[in-house]
Ligand binder design. Structure first.
Ligand code: TRP
Length: 437
């Protein structure tokens, strides 16, 4: 079985070295594994929640897309698209919104943080909170459930959102499943192995700490200048350095192979000066980054190529999303009128029609039930709860044997608006089919 791996990147910033080492590089490597089907998308609807500057959104979408492509993403193999090119996602968001308890959203970290800050400041708890922020986890659940992803690699801060996605999926399955699991329950994957890269000051590299090293911005000079600003201790050239306490070493090791690492450590212990060490780190990083940077610059200069890749990605993704959404719409009762009409006027014996069927299942109350569905899925007959599956099965067997004559003797009621004649006809069809076999 193929494993579907899906993750989204919010398009509000420009990728830095930490994003590359911590997310982009491992995601691309994982997408090359056999048996993996990867979905990577630009979460630009999510970006609108945090950012109301159109120019920034536009620029960030371009830069992030170009970065992933330049870093070697194989768009033939993976699904690479913009969230906002998949209209099925906001549509699914609404279906999910209608089954999501408000209380669940009250507990979402992002919302709670805003509400707590407001409370502390003596403001109305919802001051400055948009419905977008409040419902953020539902949109994210739709991103994931739309493609029935099995695994979702994310940062620690997103774990709660994944739990919510599972809750929402389970609830939808329960309410509208009719014996069918519409959604896979996604698993969160937080990769502890992947290094969190230190920034200039040694804390985790992050825009919010203003300690980032650019990946492509500013070119080779920009990279060199940023590395020159990495904080080190004040040991002079010739003095032995401790490689374990230098985050410059961590930066180097995120790119270097084993022998290179050993050499670097040995040289530092032997007194390599920080200035020279930084030059060596720069040269090693540049080895990997320079070819990507030139692809990146090419792409930025020809945005039509990026646009084309993304539109093709959207086409591929929608080929999955659109039929699935039809199924989900039908499950909640958004069906074609003509389908409903033909179901109540045309007898189930009509040519090529799917035969009626019995379904047996167990409910959350622990009891066993059966129901009779017409060929088009319309509910005809619904049983009461039985203490055992065996008893439910005995009633089904009797209906299949005796047809309409057994209706009065079996604890089951016709669905609203269904004539007894429809039920009898469906049972007759089943008896006739059994006789043919
Ligand atoms: N919320 C995620 C973040 O800020 C981005 C995101 C949006 C996402 N939709 C997703 C991640 C779906 C994984 C799956 O990092």
């Amino acid at each position: 079985m193929t494993t579907r791996v899906l993750t989204g990147i919010t398009t509000t910033g420009t990728p830095h070295l930490g994003n590359y080492v911590g997310a982009i590089r491992p995601a691309i490597a994982a997408s090359r594994q056999p048996g993996v089907e990867s979905f990577f998308f630009l979460a630009d609807y999510h970006a609108l929640i945090k950012c109301d500057e159109p120019a920034r959104i536009e620029r960030s979408r371009l830069e992030i897309a170009a970065t992933w492509l330049a870093a070697g993403l194989d768009t033939e193999r993976v699904f690479f698209y913009r969230q906002s090119d998949i209209p099925e996602i906001p549509e699914l968001t609404w279906l999910l919104t209608c089954v999501t308890p408000k209380g669940l959203m009250n507990r979402a970290h992002a919302y709670k943080a805003a509400a707590d800050a407001n409370q502390e400041a003596g403001e109305d708890i919802d001051a400055g909170v948009t419905m977008g922020l409040f419902s953020y986890p539902i949109l994210m659940a739709a991103d994931i459930l739309m493609f029935n992803a099995h695994q979702v690699p994310v940062g620690r801060d997103q774990v709660q959102h994944l739990e919510m996605a599972r809750d929402i999926a389970a609830r939808f399955n329960h309410l509208f499943g009719n014996g069918r699991e519409h959604f896979v329950l996604p698993e969160v994957v937080v990769d502890e192995q992947v290094a969190t890269l230190p920034g200039l000051d040694g804390r985790k590299m992050s825009k919010s700490y203003d300690n980032t090293i650019p990946l492509f911005e500013g070119g080779a000079r920009g990279l060199q200048a940023a590395l020159a600003r990495v904080v080190t201790d004040s040991k002079l050239p010739g003095e032995p350095k401790d490689p374990d306490s230098a985050h410059l070493v961590t930066l180097y090791e995120a790119f270097a192979n084993a022998p290179e690492r050993e050499q670097f450590r040995a040289d530092l212990k032997a007194g390599l000066g920080w200035g020279e060490a930084k030059q060596r780190v720069y040269e090693r990083l540049e080895q990997d980054i320079a070819p990507m940077r030139s692809r990146y610059e090419q792409l930025i200069a020809h945005p039509a190529r990026i646009e084309e890749a993304l539109m093709e990605g959207a086409r591929k993704a929608r080929a999955i999303a659109a039929p699935f959404l039809v199924q989900l719409r039908e499950a909640v009762g958004l069906r074609r009128m003509t389908a409903a009409l033909s179901a109540s006027t045309v007898k189930p014996v009509a040519a090529k029609a799917k035969p009626p069927e019995f379904k047996q299942y167990r409910e959350a109350d622990g009891r066993f039930y059966f129901k009779l569905l017409a060929g088009d899925g319309r509910l005809l007959l619904q049983s009461e709860g039985f203490a055992s599956g065996k008893e439910a099965g005995q009633s089904v067997a009797r209906l299949k044997r005796e047809g309409g004559a057994a209706l009065a003797a079996v604890p089951a009621a016709r669905a609203e608006g269904v004539d007894e004649a429809d039920v009898v006809a469906a049972l007759d069809t089943l008896i006739a089919l059994a006789a043919e076999e």
